[in-house]
Write a protein that binds this ligand. Structure first.
Ligand SMILES: *Cc1c(COP(=O)(O)O)cnc(C)c1O
Length: 232
C-alpha cells in the first residue's frame, strides 16, 4: 500500500473530531509530501534540527507538532515554529517556553505530557504533579502559552488491559484537572494513541492520534538511537 492509501484507510476509521498527526520523524521530505498530497496537514517531529530542516521544504500550511523531549537549551529554536508543542514534561520547561514565547512575541500552544506508562524511562509529569500544579493554580502565571490539553504514551506491553488502563487514567486526569480549574478554557486535547494502540486510545477518549509506522513504515532504528528512548 502507498502512503496515500494508508492515510486514507486510517482516516476512514477515525471518528469525527479525532485528528490524525502523521509522525514523520526520520522519514524524508519526499514521503511527507506524498502524505501532504493525500490531504494530510499535521505532522509530528521529535527533533528540533529535523523539524527546522524539513519545514522550509514543505508548503507553509503544514502544521508541525513537536513530540520529542525538548531540551531547555533548544527552546528558543522551537518557539514560533510548531503549531503545537505536545511534549512539555516539566514545570521548568513550561515556564521557559512561556518566557521565550513572550520574548518572541508569539503565543505557544502546548500539551502537558503525562507519565502513566510502567516504564521508568519515559518523560512526563506524574498525575500528582499535575493535580498539584492546577490545584495551586500556578497556570495563572503563564503569559504567552495556551495549555491545550494532555499528551501521553501507554505502557509498551502486549497487555491490552494495561494499555487501556493507562489511557483511561489520562482521560480521568483531564476531568479532574477541569474540576480543579473549571475556568480553564480550551483544555480539550487528549493526544494519545500510536500505530499499535490508537484504536484503544480513541475508545478511551483520545482526540489526537500520533501515527508513524502504520503510515510511513518502519524507521531505521539502528541509525537513530533516539528511537529507543522515544518510541515503543
Ligand atoms: C515516534 C512516536 C510516535 C509514533 O509511533 P508509531 O508507533 O511509529 O506510530 C508517536 N508519539 C511519539 C511521542 C513518538 O515519539
Amino acid at each position: 500500500m502507498s502512503i496515500a492509501d494508508r492515510i486514507r484507510s486510517i482516516r476512514a476509521t477515525l471518528p469525527e473530531g479525532v485528528e490524525l498527526v502523521a509522525v514523520s520523524k526520520f522519514h524524508p521530505v519526499e514521503q511527507i509530501l506524498e502524505a501532504y498530497e493525500a490531504g494530510q496537514r499535521s505532522f509530528g517531529e521529535s527533533r528540533i534540527q529535523e523539524l527546522t530542516e524539513k519545514a522550509p521544504q514543505l508548503p507553509a500550511d503544514v502544521n508541525w507538532h513537536f513530540i520529542g523531549h525538548l531540551q531547555t537549551n533548544k527552546v528558543r529554536r522551537l518557539v514560533g515554529h510548531a503549531t503545537l508543542i505536545e511534549s512539555i514534561d516539566s514545570e521548568r520547561l513550561l515556564e521557559l517556553v512561556d518566557s521565550e514565547s513572550e520574548r518572541a512575541g508569539v503565543t505557544s500552544r502546548v500539551l502537558l505530557q503525562v507519565h502513566v506508562a510502567q516504564e521508568e524511562t519515559k518523560f512526563g509529569f506524574s498525575p500528582e504533579e499535575l493535580l498539584d500544579y492546577f490545584g495551586a493554580r500556578r497556570f495563572e502565571k503563564l503569559r504567552a502559552t495556551h495549555l491545550c490539553g494532555l499528551m501521553a504514551m501507554a505502557s509498551n506491553t502486549d497487555d491490552a488491559e494495561r494499555v487501556r488502563e493507562d489511557f483511561r487514567r489520562v482521560a480521568e486526569l483531564r476531568r479532574r484537572i477541569l474540576e480543579l480549574a473549571p475556568d480553564l478554557r480550551g483544555f480539550d486535547i487528549l493526544s494519545m494513541g500510536m500505530s499499535d494502540d490508537y484504536r484503544t486510545a480513541i475508545e478511551e477518549g483520545s482526540t489526537h492520534v500520533r501515527i508513524g509506522t502504520a503510515i510511513f513504515g518502519e524507521r531505521a532504528a539502528a541509525q537513530n538511537p533516539e528511537i529507543q528512548n522515544q518510541s515503543k
